[in-house]
Design a protein around this ligand. Structure first.
Ligand code: NAD
Ligand code: DAU
Length: 332
């Protein structure tokens, strides 16, 4: 493994992974990114130009992907339409990028004999009851709920089929909810942090009892690098850091950081088909690859994330304006 093609490297997790690889290895990186609304060039500026370059393009462009595949040995595939709420408004780009785009990349990996790592989500397993003692494992059956998670589930199946039928050297990881710096303000935690910075109230869907299993994005990146280096071909690894919190708990922690009352938030219309709870059992990753998270306290990570958003308003302000305009229509 010498040169990585990282799709979606201008997005939240992809850019974190690129920074992680440049800091912890000697590898060179090409980012392939279409620069959708979710990308931010500010997330990848200042990267060393002798080891990292950006190609602006679409993973569905088979000619471009084939050309890039011929000069790389490994693909790490982050590019996706990633936001559930958007998939409920218009599923079409989700089908195109998440399914067709993954297909195009797999065909190039097959032709050029590339190592392939596919980034997926715990949402492919559907949801759990609040009091269910079980957590998701690598053998939990697929049961996706939203158009977003259905297209991610489909992309996982494509990767598994290309491995079994064509011998593509692939691994897949399914991670829980990420938080940390550089995350688009449409997502739950940065949305609420920026509401609070603006002196407004956080907006919680429905009752806010829904539980997500939060992991710091740095820990997602270190897990992906561990799988790339030492993972078994054909294996799926679940990535999680024992960070289960209800949405009300997260909002309560943020309100406390801002010196506000923990119930000073607004209930807004619930998300259609809203998954109740996600929870990851990361035993395989920890035992087989010896990985463990560095950030093991969500509240400490949230406080650092708040500081980052306070210091980087120039990075998020214009996206905040367009995002809130979009949400206005959805939440009445
Ligand atoms: P993001 O929306 O922040 O970034 C996605 C990136 O992909 C953007 O830079 C965008 O421009 C690019 N992109 C979209 N369509 C493209 C296309 N057709 N061609 C090239 N580039 C394209 O997403 P994220 O939150 O960083 O998620 C990255 C990956 O991780 C996704 O595959 C997502 O399903 C998965 N994931 C996310 C989370 C999470 O909590 N955010 C958790 C588990 C898994
Ligand atoms: O579990 C992994 C998934 O986590 C990833 O695959 C997705 O790409 C990522 O977006 C995330 O999906 P969620 O739908 O869980 O994340 P989101 O940030 O949109 O919402 C988190 C929770 O917060 C969810 O229960 C909905 C709720 N929510 C969200 C927003 C934006 C609110 O209550 N208020 C909000 O304003």
């Amino acid at each position: 493994m010498e040169n990585l093609l990282v799709t979606g490297g201008a997005g939240f997790i992809g850019s974190n992974f690129v920074r992680h690889v440049l800091a912890h290895t000697d590898l060179t990186v090409t980012i392939l990114d279409k620069l959708t609304y979710a990308a931010n060039l500010g997330s990848i500026e200042h990267l060393p130009s002798d080891r990292c370059r950006l190609v602006i393009g679409d993973i569905c462009d088979a000619g471009l992907v084939d050309e890039l595949a011929s000069t790389h040995d490994t693909v790490v595939h982050f590019a996706a339409e990633s936001h559930n709420d958007n998939s409920l408004q218009d599923p079409s780009p989700f089908v195109q990028t998440n399914l067709v785009g993954t297909f195009v990349l797999l065909e190039a990996a097959r032709k050029h004999d590339l190592r392939f790592h596919h980034i997926s989500t715990d949402e492919v397993y559907g949801d759990l009851e609040l009091d269910d003692p079980q957590r998701f494992t690598e053998s939990t059956p697929y049961r996706p709920s939203s158009p977003y998670s259905a297209t991610k589930a489909g992309s996982d199946h494509l990767v598994a089929a290309w491995t079994r039928s064509f011998g593509v050297q692939a691994t897949t990881s399914n991670c829980s909810n990420n938080y940390g710096p550089w995350q688009h303000v449409e997502k739950f935690i940065p949305r609420q942090i920026t509401q609070l910075i603006d002196g407004l109230r956080p907006k919680v869907y429905g009752e806010g009892r829904n539980v997500r299993d939060w992991i710091h994005v740095d820990d997602h990146s270190s897990a992906v690098l561990a799988i790339l280096s030492d993972g078994q071909i054909g294996q799926t690894y679940l990535i999680g850091a024992d960070g289960e919190r209800s949405n009300r708990e997260v909002v309560g922690a943020l309100l406390t950081i801002f010196g506000r009352e923990p119930d000073d938030f607004e209930h807004v219309a619930d998300r259609a088909g809203h998954d109740l709870r996600y929870a990851i059992d990361p035993t395989l990753l920890r035992t087989e690859l010896g990985w463990k998270p560095r950030h093991d306290d969500v509240e400490t990570g949230l406080a650092a994330t708040v500081e980052w958003y306070r210091a980087h308003e120039h990075w998020w302000r214009s996206a905040k304006v367009s995002t809130e305009r979009k949400y206005e229509g959805q939440e009445q």
